[in-house]
Structures are given as structure tokens and as C-alpha cells.
Design a binder for this molecule. Structure first.
Ligand code: TEU
Length: 563
């Protein structure tokens, strides 16, 4: 490999959502000790990096994405000593540990914000405080400083009785946005990041990091018909000082110098932005998470899902492959704690096709160029939660969206169907370690998936044809073959609605990936593909028939072509 190629370009990341991973003390919530206890499950996949969703002190309004103290562990998850032990255990297995960095906002219970509530405090300017709109009585309808909406519904501004002013919160009202224009805020964040690095952490996944620079002065945005709030994303995302802040952070924390892992989660991040943020000539970010490919099946919003049109997904990924081929770097993901389960969304979660479709999805994703992410449970083909009533949901976004949609007159049936398909709790049901559950000895904070008796770690791992074994194979293949890491990508048959076909080429090494992404047999137009004569079959999602002419449902194959 080119020595200037960063180490993570050969890595695979496993994301742990701690509250749902493993509960060691019976309180119904996963914890750090639970992760330590199950570390071999993760290491056994062959991954290189473990990313933990937030475990810091938090009122848990947004499951820990509302942080009250960046340097303390929430008692529900354990202690700092537990985290030190986890860090050591991760390193002992040759893996790296990446923390979630949530610094667009804090909790309203963070000491910084508590202080900031006092208009006379030196920390007043650490958050985004504004008086009521000109000519409006503070606290009355329409008096918010701008018409911005919050991602979780309602206005993006909360009124503070005591001072008569408003503070900005792009997420819940318990998640006030930090004012990154203030250099003291930035230095405090960098100091905290250095503190974690000194404790042994190897990098950060940066939550909504492209929202830290807003367009000033803050002003009303365009409004869609029928919507009281503006979501003109340009006003809050990819702002004029973002690059400056990212470079400053990189320098002050020593990100490039210490070869730390970074991935920036970015709403409204297109290819041009991604290139700008990840180009290697600059010291900004290692890679970004875009939302483009996980928004293709949303019509109006995420509560109005539409069936996925396979060509859209293939072509979107291909565009990013080409766009970041020469410079920058791709992250590759189908799932995380905010997205529904991919086997339910892009695959077929019926008992007949679940395993094969999970394996086919894994095959296509892991044969792209970039850093693949495996979200806990994906490696055993977990399905959506299957909730049918609002009282089953815990997610602040789901509860808020449900309330708002009902207020707007949307029939509840439709709302529940939307949440059932796209809601975030779909991916947050506890890890089913055994057919009986095995997540907790107490009452789990969110019900286990109803499929646990048949979809669980013990059964899947024991099956040589299971999903876990397939992931192991794919991850090993990335390690073994430079063409998987570095080969040029070419999408074939882009308009085919069932087949996902591409090649990877590096020198005279060439791979052909052919996948039937449907629950019906598919004919392969062999004449339009490179010949597989004498090719070696490296990976197959189902026991393949002898020829490639007709593919069984969810039959995904990787061939190494003869030079
Ligand atoms: O998510 C950012 C984000 O904008 C969306 O993914 C969000 O989850 C929502 O689905 C939009 O409809 C990040 C975190 O991953 C998420 O868990 C947090 O709730 C959010 O930021 C706030 O910190």
C-alpha cells in the first residue's frame, strides 16, 4: 500500500450502541462492562476499530447525544475506570477505540449552559442567545428570533423566562447549540478532546459536525408551503467558517500528527463538500458520513417512505466511489443507530430470505472502496423492531414526529407505518445474544425484537453459513486483497433493477461482483459482463449453482478474474 495512504483505508469499523449492547448489572441498560464481556464477539469479526456511541454523563433526553459532562461517564454505563479497562482490552486485541464527539450542542444540564443562562455570566456567549423578533412580545407566538425549525420538530428556539431571551437548539430543547464563533468554546472543546486522547482514545466520530458554523447574522430561511418552520439547510450546515474550525481542531488536537481516526457525520453533505473536507492535501477529516444514499427512499420526509429503486442506490454509491477515487475517502454504511435495519429496508426480512439478503447486502457494500461500518446486530442480520403502537417507542424523534403528525391531521395509521419503516428505535432494540435474549437479567429499556428466538448471536455464530461468518469472510478479504482496498470501481448494468454488478481493478488484479438484489431469480446478461472463464469464486452469499446465467434470490458472488 502507498505509504501515504492513511491506516484507516484498510480498516473496518464496528459501531456499538452501548445502551443496547450488553447489560452486565441487570438494570436493563447496556453498559461498558457488558462491552468488555463481549469484546471477543467484535474482535472475532476481524474489525480494526470500535466506535462507541456516547457514554458520557447525560440526562438521556436523546440517549446520550445530550452531554452534561464530557469528562464523566454516565453511571448507567459505568465509570471512567471501566472505560480505561475497555480501552486497554480493545488495544490488547489489536483494535482501536473511537469515541463519539457531540459538540454542536451540549445538554442544557451541562455546567457551561447552566452558567450561560445568567445574562451577566462570562459564559453567556458560549451558546446562541438572541432577543425576541423586533416588535414581538418575548415568549409570544411568532416572537422567535428566526423561523428555524428543530430537527426533532417545533421551533429551533426555546424561550428562557428568566432572561427574556431565546437560545438556539437545532435538536431537542435540552440540546442547546454551542456558539462556535466564540474562541473560548473552541478551546474548551479541543482541551476535552486532548484529555481523551491522553487517556488512550484513538479518534472521534463527530456528531453533526458540519452544523457548527452557522451563517451569520442568523436570519429567516425559506419556508415550504404548509410548514411553519424553515429547514433551509444552507443557513445552518456547511457554514462559512466550517473549514477554518475543522483545520483549527485538527491542529490544536494534533489529529493528523497523531494519526487519529476521524469521521464527520454530516447532514446535507454532497460530494463536493465531502471532497473539500476529506482531501488529503488539507488536514481536516479522515472521512464523512453522508446522508444521500439513506434518503433515496424518503418521499417528502422520513415518515413517507417510498420503495427503494435499486438503480438509484447503486448509482449514488458509484458516484461517490468515482468522486472520491483520486482524493478524499469514502465511509461505507447501510446502518447505524439512526437508520432502520438494512435487511428490512433494502433486503427481505422474511424467514425465507433474511439471511441471504443480509449477506448479499454485506457483499456489495464491503466490496466498495472505503471504510465499511458494521452496526451492532447487522452482523447477524437483525431486522426492524416491528413496533405497531406509539407506546412501544422511546426515541425522542419518534415521539415528537408522532405528536406533530397527528396535530397536522395525518392519520395515525400512516404515522405508525412511517415509523415502523424508518423510525430510529428499529435499530436500537437490544442485542439478542441467545434465543432467550441474554441481553439483561432485568427488564430491557426497549423490548427485544420479537424474532429473538430465531435471530440471535448464539445461533448465527454457530452456523458456518450464517451472516456473521459471511462478514468475517468479507472483512478478511479486505485485509488479504489490495484490490478490495484500492482497486478502481466501475459500475456495470447501472439501470438493472435487480442486479448490482461492478468490477474492481488494480493493475492486473480484477474482481467482478454480481449480486441479485431481489427475492426472485434473475437472469444475468453474461454477454455484457467480463468473462468468468477460469475465474475463482471468492465469496458467495448462497451456495451457488454452477453457472452465473441464472442467479437465485439474493445470490451475491465475488469472482477473481483471470488476468
Ligand atoms: O444525528 C444527526 C441527524 O440529523 C439525524 O440522523 C437524526 O438522527 C434524525 O434522524 C434526523 O431525522 C446525530 C446522531 O446520530 C443522533 O442520534 C442524534 O440524535 C443527533 O445527531 C443529535 O445529536
Amino acid at each position: 500500500m502507498n505509504p501515504s495512504t492513511p491506516w484507516w483505508s484498510s480498516s473496518v469499523v464496528y459501531q456499538v450502541y452501548p445502551r443496547s449492547f450488553a447489560d452486565s448489572d441487570g438494570d436493563g441498560y447496556g453498559d461498558v462492562r457488558g462491552i468488555i464481556d463481549h469484546l471477543d464477539h467484535i474482535a472475532g469479526l476481524g474489525v480494526d476499530v470500535v466506535w462507541l456511541s456516547p457514554i458520557f454523563a447525560s440526562p438521556q433526553d436523546d440517549n446520550g447525544y445530550d452531554i452534561a459532562d464530557y469528562q464523566a461517564i454516565d453511571p448507567m454505563f459505568g465509570t471512567l475506570a471501566d472505560v480505561d479497562e475497555l480501552t486497554e482490552a480493545v488495544h490488547a486485541r489489536g483494535m482501536k477505540l473511537v469515541m463519539d464527539l457531540v459538540v454542536n450542542h451540549t445538554s442544557d444540564e451541562h455546567a457551561w449552559f447552566v452558567e450561560s443562562r445568567d445574562p451577566a455570566s462570562p459564559k453567556r456567549d458560549w451558546y446562541v442567545w438572541r432577543p425576541a423578533r423586533d416588535g414581538f412580545e418575548p415568549g409570544t407566538p411568532g416572537a422567535e428570533p428566526t423561523n428555524w425549525g428543530s430537527f426533532f420538530g417545533g421551533s429551533g428556539w426555546a424561550f428562557d423566562e428568566a432572561s427574556g431571551e431565546y437560545y438556539l437548539h437545532l435538536f431537542s430543547r435540552k440540546q442547546p447549540d454551542l456558539n462556535w464563533e466564540n474562541p473560548e468554546v473552541r478551546q474548551a472543546v479541543y482541551a476535552m478532546m486532548r484529555w481523551w486522547i491522553d487517556r488512550g482514545v484513538d479518534g472521534f466520530r463527530m456528531d453533526v459536525i458540519n452544523l457548527i458554523s452557522k451563517t451569520h447574522p442568523l436570519a429567516d430561511g425559506a419556508v415550504n408551503p404548509g410548514d411553519p418552520y424553515s429547514f433551509e439547510i444552507e443557513r445552518v450546515a456547511n457554514g462559512p467558517r466550517l473549514v477554518e474550525f475543522l483545520e483549527e481542531m485538527n491542529r490544536e488536537v494534533g489529529i493528523t500528527e497523531k494519526r487519529l481516526f476521524t469521521v464527520g457525520e454530516m447532514v446535507a453533505c454532497d460530494l463536493e463538500h465531502a471532497r473539500e473536507y476529506t482531501a488529503r492535501e488539507h488536514d481536516r477529516l479522515g472521512m464523512v458520513f453522508t446522508f444521500e444514499h439513506v434518503s433515496l427512499d424518503h418521499a417528502g420526509g422520513k415518515l413517507s417512505p417510498i420503495p427503494l429503486h435499486l438503480p438509484d442506490l447503486k448509482k449514488n454509491l458509484a458516484r461517490w466511489q468515482e468522486g472520491l477515487a483520486e482524493d478524499g475517502w469514502n465511509s461505507l454504511y447501510f446502518e447505524n443507530h439512526d437508520q432502520p435495519r438494512s435487511v428490512s429496508r433494502f433486503g427481505d426480512d422474511s424467514p425465507e430470505h433474511r439471511v441471504a439478503s443480509a449477506k448479499a447486502l454485506a457483499t456489495v457494500l464491503h466490496l466498495h472502496q472505503g471504510t465499511p461500518y458494521v452496526y451492532q446486530g447487522q452482523e447477524i442480520g437483525m431486522t426492524n423492531a416491528g413496533f405497531t403502537r406509539i407506546d412501544q417507542y422511546r426515541d425522542i424523534e419518534a415521539v415528537g414526529m408522532h405528536r406533530q403528525a397527528l396535530e397536522a391531521g395525518v392519520p395515525e395509521e400512516q404515522v405508525l407505518a412511517g415509523l415502523g419503516a424508518m423510525g430510529r428505535d428499529n435499530a436500537r432494540t437490544p442485542m439478542p445474544w441467545t434465543p432467550e435474549g441474554g441481553f439483561t437479567t432485568g427488564t430491557p429499556w426497549l423490548p427485544l425484537n420479537a424474532t429473538t428466538a430465531s435471530v440471535n448471536v448464539a445461533d448465527d455464530v454457530a452456523d458456518p453459513d450464517g451472516v456473521y461468518a459471511h462478514y468475517r469472510r468479507l472483512i478478511a478479504l479486505r485485509r488479504e486483497l489490495e484490490v478490495v482496498r484500492m482497486g478502481a470501481f466501475e459500475l456495470l448494468l447501472p439501470e438493472d433493477e435487480k442486479l448490482w454488478v461492478f468490477t474492481r481493478t488494480l493493475g492486473d488484479e480484477r474482481l467482478l461482483v454480481v449480486a441479485n438484489m431481489s427475492s426472485h431469480a434473475a437472469r444475468v446478461p453474461l454477454a455484457e459482463l467480463p468473462s468468468i472463464e477460469d475465474a475463482e469464486l471468492l465469496v458467495a452469499s448462497v451456495h451457488p449453482g454452477t453457472d452465473l446465467q441464472t442467479l437465485a434470490p439474493w445470490d451475491a458472488r465475488v469472482y477473481r478474474l483471470r488476468a
